[in-house]
Design a protein. Structure first.
Length: 232
């Protein structure tokens, strides 16, 4: 990792940890550098105007002052293309449209030289986009999940049986290359996995979800975990 990239990642990590802060030793392990290098990087951030605070003694560490803002987004062409490739290869993922809009915003604020190099490199990366459910169905499921409201779906199971069910959305899960809506099925009075591509219709109701939680779903499939745990 280049030093400029490490400085940005360092400030991001401090921001995410908020008032808890991070020890220099933990930061060093995270970035694979020495404690001395981390302290030098922290000094560089402070000298550049980033409001880094330090707390000595046991339980101490480093953090960002409350309300601190981050410098403008700065990506390498490779990082920009990585984002483009990720969202292009997963058009059926939850909130994929918002992800594409977010990437466009990032690209728009890159300097012209970086943007031009990213555009050239992107032409060398091809993706085979899988078919995705209708935009109306996906929008309804995404809205129901975000607002935690019951969604009424028309669903055809693997054996060809079609039913209409009221579902309290709990989570989206990707397994074996397919996206699923996992939620409390009021028809079966149990937690169920619904393959999104088998949902023929979805309507968000005005009914708020109950108290069902992710823990009721059980352990995630092998090699699966929440997206916020993927190295962030």
């Amino acid at each position: 990792m280049k030093r400029a990239e490490r400085l940005h990642a360092l400030s991001e990590m401090l921001r995410r940890n908020g008032s808890r802060g991070c020890s220099a030793e933990r930061l060093a392990r995270e970035f694979g550098v020495s404690v001395r290098t981390v302290k030098r990087d922290l000094a560089t951030l402070g000298n550049s105007g980033t409001p880094v605070w330090s707390r000595p003694g046991p339980g101490g560490g480093y953090g960002l002052a409350a309300g601190a803002s981050l410098p403008p987004v700065s990506l390498s062409p490779e990082q920009a293309v990585a984002l483009l490739a990720a969202v292009s290869a997963a058009p059926d993922a939850p909130y994929a449209d918002l992800a594409r809009a977010g990437v466009r915003k990032i690209l728009d604020v890159l300097d012209p030289g970086t943007r031009a190099r990213a555009h050239e490199l992107a032409g060398r990366v091809w993706v085979d986009e899988p078919p995705s459910p209708s935009r109306a169905i996906r929008s309804a499921l995404e809205e129901a999940m975000a607002d935690q409201r019951v969604v009424r779906i028309r669903y055809t199971s693997g054996d060809g049986t079609t039913t209409t069910r009221d579902v309290e959305p709990v989570l989206f899960a990707s397994a074996s290359g397919l996206w699923h809506l996992v939620g409390w099925c009021r028809l079966r009075d149990a937690m169920r996995w619904f393959t999104v591509s088998r949902i023929e219709r979805a309507t968000v109701t005005r009914t708020a979800c109950g108290s069902h939680t992710v823990h009721e779903v059980g352990e995630p499939p092998p090699n699966a975990r929440p997206v916020h745990d993927r190295g962030m």
